[in-house]
Design a protein around this ligand. Sequence first.
Ligand SMILES: [Zn+2]
Length: 533
Amino acid sequence: MQVKLYDTTLRDGSQREGISFTVADKLKIAQKLDELGIHYIEGGWPGSNPKDSEFFVQVKSLKLKNAKMVAFGSTRRPKVKAEADATLKQLFEAGTEYVTLVGKSSARQVTQVLETTLEENLAMITDSIEYLRSKCIKVFLDAEHFFDGYKDNPEYSIQVLQAAEKAGAEGVVLCDTNGGSLPEEIAEAVEAVTKSVNICVGIHSHNDTEMAVANSIAALKAGASQIQGTINGFGERCGNANMCSIIPILKLKMGIDCITDSQLKLLTDTSHYISELANLVSEPFLPYVGASAFSHKAGLHVSGLSKWSGSYQHIEPELVGNRQRLLVSELAGRSNSVQRAKAIGINLTPDSKEVKDLLQQVKKMESMGFQYENAEASFDLLVNRTQAGYAAPFELIDFMVVVEKQRRPSAMRSQDEMMAEGIVKVRVDGEVMHTVAEGNGPINALDAALRKGLCQFYPELSSVHLSDYKVRILEQTSGTDALVRVLIESTDGESTWHTVGASPNIIEASWLALSDSFEYWLITKKCKNCKKQ
Ligand SMILES: [Zn+2]
């Protein structure tokens, strides 16, 4: 079975509230989608805004290996000749091999919304396709409101598709524009369509009833061969069919080889990359690609997974480029801790005193506000610290931080500068370093001072930096003396890790998370090349 993937993240996906891609973002996304093995990339609506027009100019210089670029636009307006229609002219000028034309396929929409006759709508579709065909452009008809139209007046909806076929369209794409259809309704209509036209049939579903992926699969089973969707399901209202779910369903559940195995391994990375460009936090609970899609908290599950990896997960996470995570919390049993320790090369015996002490320590730390579910690196340090002979790469003697507000002469109050100075004393191999550094805030200053001291011993540490910093107040009812938890995400450009700190003092909480981040990096393989100067 041949299935073509048609991605519309750059057009329909960018309709999601809050998303605004720049031309540079759109080019990067097109490149990623091509690497993933997507067959058609809908780049936007040329002429609808300057950004989309510019995109179609610049995209010509991208060397796409797998994908065909598609421009999107509407059929000619009523009572206007195709040759004189501005939209069609801009579509032609976009210079793509393929164009998708949106046309009405619901009789009620034609008369009530477009306010023209059913005959004129058919003529608009025919003329527009014939015009683009005469320019050697291949055309898909995006049959808007197809399923709602089919329920009201199936004869007319089918007539629209047949008109498109007769005019030379490559395929017709059936849209559940309002996203309100159910899988069996979709299947029934698609089956009728495949009996009425002999060109490729596509499905474009919206997620208003949380059915977009199910509807896409139902359409496929009923004879559709092109699936449209967006990365992470981005789209207007509740979004479009999520390509990040559709692709692995096709590959791993239905045995349809729509992309290669190695391309499938890029899926999680592609999902996160595009979220990042959309300036959205990656949704951790997305199937297949979310950070929590293969995370295990219950002790019983973790114990099962250690015996058989398929016991509590439906696929191997590595197939889609994701990974299994074993969460450690006071609720979790000893098997999580033992498995987690094993992952960092420390063998613990489940019933040993060592494990009992470790769990005791986790409980104690959690009662103080620490939480290890999202801070695996801090947990790994906790395990390491229970090992006899563990020597931390540095030892903090003390720190001090001064924050000052400086008024510039004749400046407005809002232009006052905040300055911070951090002073840190650390011991490395018996040698005490005393360093001072400035920053724009207390954490930034402490980070700079600690780094300055440690880099004299471990120069590679300069590649480590903070990529995220989150503060959470743990006692909502308390005021400014509340216990706070700080979670830090760090990266060295290759990998990321998470550490935690907790204290009633935000600076101390940040400090604990920060020094854990450095210690973790120094003891993991990342620093094998570290040499003391
Ligand atoms: Zn749509």
